[in-house]
Design a protein around this ligand. Structure first.
Ligand SMILES: NC(=O)c1ccc[n+]([C@@H]2O[C@H](COP(=O)([O-])OP(=O)(O)OC[C@H]3O[C@@H](n4cnc5c(N)ncnc54)[C@H](OP(=O)(O)O)[C@@H]3O)[C@@H](O)[C@H]2O)c1
Length: 299
């Protein structure tokens, strides 16, 4: 049995679908408030439980061989640093402890690419600590360090560009991104269950196509068939505003850390990923076209 935590999220839904497609038994731990409508209606166990209640957690682990943790606090809705630590750090710590106690074989964890560049970003610090705990836990693990999910590019950036014609970016013109499609990441996660090359590994994963600031802008112009543009916010200005917010809120949101997370691009070498996973990845350009319903073929 696979215990999936974060199943109702964007990645979680896709990963659970992939696991079901492969005939894997999946139990989803969801919150009392989680909307489970987007999850497959058959072949899935859904347990509403509190991740932070160790007694109920022990029951949820009955018969579990593998844990997949892709849950995370949504920073668009909940920005307080203290909540991130309580939910993301404590939650994963509990999962790892319980996995050890229950004799779980494998733990798959979704982390970030570029943890070092995040500097003081709380989410990044938490991911790194959870990674460290997993690597010394005695469990078999696969940690996916993910660049940018393609959904963030379409849902957040693309929607703003389409409606307003412009969007602010902290990415400098020479910096690059490699968005990964949810389906491709989900495929790798399911493959990692039985792939010996993924055993006890931290693997950086990213999409096939890489874009710099201008190429990305051009791609969106092609998809929308109109001129749209990115506006680069110079870093001293971004950090200046963030420092002011931090001073006024006693660092409750760690705004400077957040700025550091959105700078420096989001790309990595996918050679290792390709050595571990025999995957034919999809095209981000085609994904965007399909998502926004354009018939134009991007260059
Ligand atoms: N977005 C990116 O570009 C990016 C890049 C690199 C890595 N990642 C990582 O990829 C993973 C998936 O991201 P995503 O965009 O798919 O996230 P998402 O859509 O925001 O989904 C988050 C999920 O976590 C669940 N969750 C949060 N707290 C929980 C708790 N206490 N108990 C149970 N479930 C809880 C949410 O449940 P509810 O439905 O109840 O809210 C939801 O299912 C995350 O670990 C994220 O850090 C994302």
């Amino acid at each position: 049995m696979i215990l999936y935590v974060g199943a109702t999220g964007l990645l979680g839904r896709t990963a659970v679908q992939e696991l079901c497609r492969r005939g894997k038994p999946v139990r989803c731990l969801v919150r009392q408030t989680s909307d489970t409508a987007p999850l497959p209606q058959h072949g899935l166990e859904i347990v509403r439980a509190n991740l932070h209640d160790e007694k109920t957690l022990a029951r949820v682990f009955n018969g579990v061989e593998t844990v997949i943790s892709s849950f995370a606090t949504n920073i668009a809705h909940e920005k307080k640093v203290s909540v991130l630590w309580e939910n993301d750090y404590e939650g994963n710590l509990r999962l790892i402890r319980q996995a050890r106690a229950a004799g779980v074989r494998k733990f798959i964890f979704i982390s970030y690419w570029g943890l070092a560049k995040f500097g003081n970003f709380e989410h990044g610090k938490i991911k790194k600590l959870v990674e460290d705990l997993l690597t010394v836990s005695g469990l078999d693990y696969t940690i996916f360090r993910v660049t940018t999910l393609a959904t963030d590019m379409s849902l957040l950036l693309g929607t703003t560009l389409r409606t307003k014609g412009r969007a602010f970016l902290l990415m400098r013109p020479h910096e690059k991104i490699r968005p990964i499609l949810l389906e491709d990441l989900a495929w790798c996660m399911a493959d990692a269950l039985e792939n010996p090359k993924a055993s006890c590994r931290i693997i950086e994963v990213a999409g096939e196509e890489e874009y710099d600031f201008r190429q990305l802008e051009q791609l969106f112009c092609t998809v929308f068939k109109k001129k749209v543009r990115f506006i680069y916010i110079p870093l001293p200005i971004a950090y200046g505003i963030a420092a002011l917010i931090d001073a006024l809120t006693l660092c409750a949101y760690n705004a400077r850390g957040l700025v550091s997370a959105f700078t420096g691009g989001s790309t990595c070498d996918i050679t290792e990923m390709k050595k571990v996973f025999a995957i034919q990845q999809g095209s981000f350009a085609r994904y965007l076209e399909n998502y926004f319903g354009s018939t134009n073929s991007p260059a």
